[in-house]
Design a protein around this ligand. Structure first.
Ligand code: ACO
Length: 428
């Protein structure tokens, strides 16, 4: 037996095995805890709980390290493409040229939506949030593809993965087109994954549209940076929902909803709204930082802080650099970027943020890029979902392939009333 931790409880002493990961992370294995002692653990927000072993993504929050399948995010950002990263996450290794070509072509073949999906979109109110439309429409894919819903049939899983990766940009762009009352644009399979998304978002049937390569590259980079982040809220949600053996579409729809919240992926929309509020109200960055610190004010400095990164978020560094490059190459002067830089400078020197180890996260600068290229703020989180999709898929697959697979079913400590008799209504 390897190293153990000793737990003494009452007159019992038990040895709990220590599990060590490939990067030296350690965990106490408590799988036998309840059966041997009757105890459970309590960890609200799961800050100390490992829910799984995983081969997919490694994060060291103190050192600011993020790697997909062992490859540093900085190298992927500089040299890879989103589809190659998707392959890496889903298949576990970087593809050779032939493997990548097959993967890309399989995805290209599935970009179109069933025509009846248009009617589905038509029923949403115009002001429906794109994340609501995306989760509903991803869930609805299961109604259109009843032939590929078995999570344990490899061929059905493969085709569901191709369909999801291919159709997600179409679904997201349709949500936007519906909200502005423009016709849906059919996908163009001669364009890149991102180029095609831009065509469906920004093109219209009356004019030719050619994606701007600078924007195409920037969007591809943003998708790469969002592609996986181990057991975050939405990914844990995909695994938890997936553990009921629901089909892939159902599990991903749940992840999209989890991502939507402003404490998670919805923060990118919240950041741009915060920056616009500061600009429109003529507030100084210093005043806003004071507000975010105040106990009497519910405002937070959105895009700051992270459960895991306590030093810096490597994604935020890459995005900040890209943000300056994109805006410069577009010749755009952004007041919002200026405010963001001021906020960051002030917060990073402020004892409140320093003591709590709060740094800019992935969402702090991404919205400035989305905004500069003409993406409405309510679409930001849908772009995050497009990026996170291969990570969710890889995690869902890993769950199903694990020898430890079982339905996720946490326990609780009950703190309510002890047994009491039912009182008929006339006697209450
Ligand atoms: N602005 C002001 N204060 C903050 C912020 C912030 N952005 N983030 C954390 N704090 C404070 C908290 O008030 C708390 O202070 P206290 O100890 O005096 O009570 C302390 O820092 C710790 O914060 P928690 O909320 O307990 O930390 P947790 O790990 O639970 O939350 C979270 C992390 C949700 C990301 C948080 O930092 C936050 O709300 N940030 C703003 C929203 C955001 O940017 N979310 C995106 C995260 S990245 C992603 O999900 C893709």
């Amino acid at each position: 037996m390897g190293e153990t931790a000793t737990l003494t409880f009452g007159d019992q002493t038990i040895e709990l095995p220590i599990i060590v990961g490939s990067e030296g992370e350690q965990a106490v294995d408590i799988t036998q805890l309840r059966s041997t002692t009757g105890l459970i653990t309590l960890d609200p927000g799961y800050a100390n709980t490992g829910s799984t072993k995983s081969d997919i993504t490694f994060i060291d929050g103190d050192k600011g390290i993020l790697r997909y399948r062992g490859v540093p995010i900085e190298q992927l950002a500089a040299q890879s493409t989103f589809l190659e990263v998707s392959y890496l996450l889903v298949e576990g290794h970087l593809p050779n040229a032939a493997e990548l070509a097959v993967f890309e072509s399989a995805i290209q073949q599935h970009t179109m939506l069933h025509e009846d999906m248009k009617r589905f979109y038509g029923a949403f109110p115009k002001d429906a949030h794109p994340m609501a439309a995306c989760s509903a429409s991803v869930g609805a894919l299961s109604t259109f593809y009843p032939d590929s819903l078995d999570p344990r049939d490899p061929r059905q899983v493969e085709v569901s993965i191709q369909r999801l990766l291919a159709k997600m940009p179409t679904l997201a762009a349709y949500a936007y087109k519906h909200s502005i009352g423009q016709p849906f644009m059919y996908p163009r399979n001669d364009l890149s994954y991102v180029g095609n998304f831009m065509h469906m978002m920004f093109g219209n049937p009356c004019e030719d549209y050619e994606p701007d390569p600078v924007i195409e590259k920037a969007l591809d980079l943003l998708l790469i940076l969002h592609a996986d982040h181990e057991q975050n809220c939405s990914t844990s949600c995909v695994r938890l929902v997936g553990s009921s053996m629901v089909n892939l579409f159902g599990a991903i729809a749940a992840g999209i909803n989890a991502l939507w919240g402003p404490l998670h992926g919805g923060a990118n929309q919240a950041v741009i709204e915060m920056l616009a509020e500061i600009r429109d109200e003529g507030m100084s960055a210093r005043d806003f930082v004071e507000r975010a610190k105040s106990q009497d004010d519910t405002s937070r400095l959105m895009g700051f802080g992270h459960r895991v990164y306590k030093n810096f978020d490597p994604r935020a560094r890459i995005i900040k650099t890209a943000c300056f490059e994109v805006l410069e190459s577009m010749g755009v002067h952004s007041k919002l970027l200026e405010i963001a830089v001021d906020l960051e400078e002030i917060a990073l020197k402020d004892p409140y943020f320093v003591e709590r180890r709060l740094y800019p996260n992935v969402d702090f600068y991404s919205g400035v890029i989305y905004n500069a290229i003409g993406t409405p703020s309510n679409m930001f989180t849908a772009l995050f979902a497009m990026g996170r999709l291969p990570g969710w898929i890889a995690q869902w697959q890993e769950l199903h392939e694990s020898p430890d697979f079982k339905i996720a079913r946490p326990r609780q400590i009950y703190t309510g009333e002890i047994e009491r008799a039912y009182v008929p209504i006339e006697k209450r």
